[in-house]
Design a protein. Structure first.
Length: 76
């Protein structure tokens, strides 16, 4: 599941996680935080930070705050 920040992506990601828990299918969750989030994560980012396989941020200060995050520069 590739998602980019709207709150509606959270239930879809949890549905993907449920498929994995039930052993039906392995689902990777890739989350890309919005470019407008410079200092803090969005609410969906705060939730999915702990559940995503890959968590991308577009600003270096967020990488400093969230060590699991991957910073590659601007992705949009």
């Amino acid at each position: 599941v590739l998602c980019n920040g709207p709150g509606t992506c959270v239930p879809l990601c949890f549905a993907g996680l449920l498929l994995g828990v039930l052993g039906l299918k392995r689902v990777l969750i890739v989350y890309v935080e919005s470019i407008c989030r410079v200092e803090t994560l969005s609410l969906s980012g705060k939730i999915l930070y702990y559940f995503s396989d890959y968590f991308f941020v577009q600003w270096a200060p967020l990488k400093d705050k969230y060590p699991k995050a991957i910073f590659l520069g601007r992705l949009v």
